[in-house]
Ligand binder design. Structure first.
Ligand SMILES: [Zn+2]
Length: 326
């Protein structure tokens, strides 16, 4: 091979590499950025991470804004007004809606119908529920079915160390957590949770949790909704959860997953819930906790509360007697 031939081949080789680089960067640039609407309106309990102070965004909003800037993977709009956020017109501007809300949100009935039955059923549309999203719109069956359960107390209060098992560490939405995690968090138990409707990805591990209950407590799950996708994660009560890298990585991956950019199964896994139910029962029985001891504990607490109230009433009466002007 003569010199000019070698130079020609070398030139071809480098041209090909340059072409591949250009193609790759254009592919990178073409990666769609889901448009996320984050709603943090509280009509019930107001969590610290959603509290805005004068002129400042709430801690969870700051965290999400930073996540959007750092990753470049999604755009973000923040709202604390469901009445203007969840409308047919406004939803046109978004791919994923995230709720970290409480209570009876002021969404008009026809707008809610559109959101649940039309918008969310479209491909590449998604809903992410964080923490008290399940303590929201509890008397709207459309919403309860969508989010997957209804808040029914939290024996695991915010300083309780909870152990959680990740059943499917390969699922993009929870991959950031590895196989298990142990941290302080407020964890809910649910009414209206239907194992046949959802794919549970994380549950409480009673053997490692400070507070134990002899039943299954799911922590995170996914489901399909028409052609749309839903992800719910109970974590997020504590402000420091919003600076936890694993949690934020999971939020980022769940945005990409609910927007249809990655794959992960949604087929319901009720057999997993049944097995977890048995495991929780066994783990609790090992330390003497059963349905009967839990019921007795609840009854004792209720009685103590009653006695306390009765005492308060009596004290008030006596105060009045001593000073009739009160
Ligand atoms: Zn909470």
């Amino acid at each position: 091979m003569n010199v000019s031939m070698r130079v020609f081949l070398l030139a071809c080789f480098f041209s090909l590499i340059a072409l591949a680089c250009v193609k790759w960067s254009s592919l990178q640039a073409a990666e769609p950025q889901p448009r996320v609407l984050m709603l943090t309106e509280s009509k019930g309990f107001v969590h610290a991470p959603v509290k805005r102070t004068e002129g400042e965004l709430a801690p969870s909003e700051v965290a999400m804004r930073q996540l959007s800037l750092d990753s470049g993977a999604f755009t973000l709009e923040l709202s604390q007004d469901a009445s203007t956020a969840i409308t047919k017109e406004n939803l046109k501007r978004f791919d994923v809606v995230l709720f970290y809300t409480t209570g009876k949100l002021p969404i008009k009935d026809d707008e809610m119908n559109y959101f649940v039955n039309v918008w969310l059923k479209q491909p590449k549309h998604g809903f992410i529920g964080i923490h008290s999203a399940t303590d929201t719109l509890k008397d709207d069956p459309r919403y309860v079915e969508l989010v997957g359960g209804s808040f029914n107390g939290h024996p695991w209060t915010q300083n309780t160390k909870v152990a959680m098992t990740v059943h499917e560490p390969s699922h993009p939405t929870v991959a950031a957590f590895g196989k298990a995690l142990l941290m302080p968090e407020e964890i809910y138990q649910y009414s209206q949770f239907v194992p046949e409707n959802v794919r549970v990805l994380m549950s409480l591990d009673m053997s490692g949790s400070d507070v134990k209950r002899p039943y299954h407590v799911p922590v995170a799950w996914v489901r399909s909704w028409g052609e749309g996708r839903i992800f719910y994660n109970n974590m997020g009560h504590r402000p420091d959860t919003w600076t936890n890298k694993q949690f934020l990585d999971s939020v980022l991956s769940s945005i990409r997953w609910t927007a249809g950019l990655t794959d992960g199964p949604t087929a319901p896994n009720p057999e997993l819930s049944a097995a977890q139910q048995e495991k929780a029962k066994k783990d609790c029985a090992a330390v003497g906790i059963t349905d009967a001891t839990v019921a007795a504990e609840a009854a004792a607490k209720a009685k103590a509360r009653e006695e306390q109230n009765a005492k308060k009433q009596q004290d008030k009466k006596q105060d009045k007697k001593a000073d009739p002007a009160k």
